[in-house]
Write a protein that binds this ligand. Structure first.
Ligand SMILES: [Cu+2]
Length: 498
């Protein structure tokens, strides 16, 4: 990390010296910074881009495929006398990530990451949340449309040993959501240490569609997170920390080091979550084969969209289907990223399974003319880097309400990522308690695979995004950058729904 910080400082001085004022500068890239744990030795694209693109400072090591991917267990629902359906405990523990070594980690109902919660639309869910850590935490349900007082934002901290029972009705369509902590100034560290879990919502539509849905067989959750381990194979957050977003060289998928996934010759549904603090992932197949995307953050696309690659910034999700009965290759098949680091090798068994058809019509998502004609009523400007990040020139203040909006009323928010002298960087922007629609990116229609419900969007430097947004419930909700260090550094505001 020291090396990275020195590089960052070097990059800053180079750009000051060269008077860099735009983000497509002449290459200043030829700094040799090959470090241990970096196995590619390529030039630093971040410098070519003209700023410290935080995600490319350290490359990811290739997965050797030594370990079969761990699948999060399903959390059993059991109603007790009080009507409590689930208990979710934040705990600390020790996890064998590397063979024969125990790393200190955090987890929900276990030592690392969390179980999968499965909700059905229409169901009322009562969850007992318990803080068994030595520090405050909160339980935030990312993407869930619930009232502000059960959303688990920074106001909702549980002290060590405290518990709280929350209740809500699941009132949104089938989707892949997740949960993680959100305490003031400590979100990045707690997620880094292992607090994150998945939520699947199902509804009549998702049942009807006959998509691959055998959990862990052909319906696979994939939580992608990059980490740095110290010499003792510990997650030493303070040593690894970067104010501009902590990036690691070691990929964990569902907490598995060097993962591989064994699949049958059939269509397999992958539910991708970028659960990293700051790294962006562009996922593709090493063969160049295409796949289809079927869902965004908050629900199904109307039709499957064929893609060769998909980029997810921190907290974004996508469901994709890969047809393993169609891919013929003599090479090893794998999911790779934009730098061709091997993320997840596949082992395709000889077993074929009855391959379902991917349905053509999956949803009735629409952008109405009315929504498109609405005036912009809220503007948000994202700016800065490192610990100097702001929204509309301000840092988060829990006592300040930045905006108000009426419950059930659609408004148009315009979010602008203002470049800085180094060009700026992508900010993934997330709004709590709702799913919204992207109306436009820089005035143009959003790409086909973003015409669906979203709760997080990537916004490039100098990009202006318009969204149509309404809240079903009342309360105070956060909106913030989902680079977790930016969030902790105050790149966050509050909207009160009345
Ligand atoms: Cu940011």
């Amino acid at each position: 990390m020291e090396i990275k910080m020195k590089l960052a400082a070097a990059a800053i001085s180079i750009f000051i010296i060269s008077g860099c004022s735009n983000n497509k500068t002449e290459p200043v890239q030829s700094m040799d910074h090959t470090t241990e744990g970096q196995n590619k030795g390529e030039t630093d694209h971040s410098m070519i881009e003209g700023h410290m693109s935080h995600d490319q400072v350290v490359s990811l090591n290739d997965s050797t495929g030594k370990n079969e991917l761990k699948i999060p267990s399903l959390l059993k629902s059991e109603k007790d006398e009080e009507g409590i359906v689930y208990t979710v405990r934040a705990e600390k523990g020790k996890t064998e990530i590397f063979d024969g070594v125990e790393s200190d980690t955090y987890g929900y109902n276990g030592s690392f990451l969390g179980p999968m919660l499965r909700f059905e639309k229409g169901e009322t869910v009562k969850i007992k949340t318990v803080n068994e850590l030595d520090e405050e935490t909160t339980f935030h349900w990312h993407g869930l449309e619930v009232a502000g007082d059960v959303d688990g934002g920074p106001h909702d901290a549980l002290k060590p040993g405290e518990e709280k029972i929350i209740e809500f009705k699941v009132d949104q369509e089938a989707s892949t959501l997740w949960f993680h902590p959100h305490p003031m100034g400590k979100t990045a560290e707690q997620v880094y240490n292992g607090l994150a879990g998945l939520i699947y919502i199902s509804d009549n539509n998702s049942e009807r569609l006959e998509l691959p849905d055998e959990y862990g067989e052909n319906d696979i959750p994939l939580i992608f997170q990059d980490r740095t381990f110290d010499e003792q194979k510990q997650l030493n957050y303070n040593a690894a920390k970067n104010e501009d977003g902590t990036i690691g060289d070691t990929l964990l998928v569902n907490g598995t080091l060097n993962p591989k996934l064994t699949v049958n010759k059939e269509k397999v549904r992958l539910r991708l979550l970028n659960g990293s603090n700051a790294r962006n992932f562009t996922f593709k197949l090493n063969t160049g084969n295409s796949f289809v995307q079927i869902a965004t953050d908050g629900g199904f696309l109307n039709e499957p969209v064929t893609l060769n690659e998909i980029t997810l910034t921190p907290s974004e999700r996508a469901e994709i289907i890969i047809d393993f009965s169609k891919i013929q290759t003599d090479d090893d098949l794998a999911l790779i990223n934009e730098e061709e680091s091997v993320l997840l090798p596949f082992e395709v068994s000889n077993k074929s399974a009855s391959t379902s058809k991917t349905p053509v019509e999956m949803n009735d998502f629409s952008l109405t003319e009315e929504e498109q004609d609405l005036p912009v009523t809220k503007t948000i400007e994202l700016f800065g880097m490192m610990d100097m990040v702001t929204i509309n020139g301000k840092k988060f203040d829990p006592k300040r309400i930045d905006f108000t909006q009426q419950q059930g009323v659609t408004e148009v928010w315009e979010i602008y990522n203002k470049p800085d002298m180094m060009g700026g960087m992508i900010h993934p922007f997330h709004i709590h308690g709702t799913q919204f629609k992207i109306l436009s990116r820089d005035g143009a229609e959003p790409p086909e695979n973003e015409r669906g419900w979203k709760d997080s969007i990537s916004i490039k430097p100098d990009e202006r995004v318009k969204i149509a947004i309404q809240f079903k419930h009342k309360g105070v909700y956060m909106f913030h950058c989902h680079i977790l260090e930016h969030e902790d550094n105050g790149m966050m505001g509050q909207v009160k729904i009345e």
